[in-house]
Ligand binder design. Structure first.
Ligand code: FES
Length: 106
């Protein structure tokens, strides 16, 4: 699928994201090097750091937040109503055209 990721410099990238590799959004950002090493995915995708926080800009229905994600976002900085943890969003075909913006670095 194609998704649109706006990096922390405000530049939007259209990237190809596989849906058959059980990858999450944080891993996609890392694989395309859209954020410097060490500033995203710090906890390795365990919903424990919020470095992968992003704002969902399109109106896609995403999987519900788990308790871990909700708890982490309750403590994180720069949280908005459309905040999610990228590492908790596993890519699926219905996310074609998804638009997200990376939250500022904490
Ligand atoms: Fe740490 Fe997502 S990578 S919360």
């Amino acid at each position: 699928i194609k998704i649109h990721i706006t990096d922390r410099d405000g530049i939007t990238h259209e990237v190809d994201a596989p849906t058959d590799m059980n990858m999450n959004l944080m891993e996609i950002v890392r694989s395309y090097e859209l954020a410097p090493e060490g500033t995203i995915g710090v906890c390795g995708g365990m919903a424990m750091c919020a470095s992968c926080q992003c704002y969902v800009e399109s109106d896609h229905e995403l999987p519900e937040m788990g308790d871990d994600e909700e708890a982490m976002l309750a403590e994180a900085f720069y949280v908005e109503d459309n905040s999610r943890l990228g590492c908790q969003i596993h890519l699926a075909p219905e996310m074609e055209g998804l638009k997200v913006t990376l939250a500022p670095e904490e």
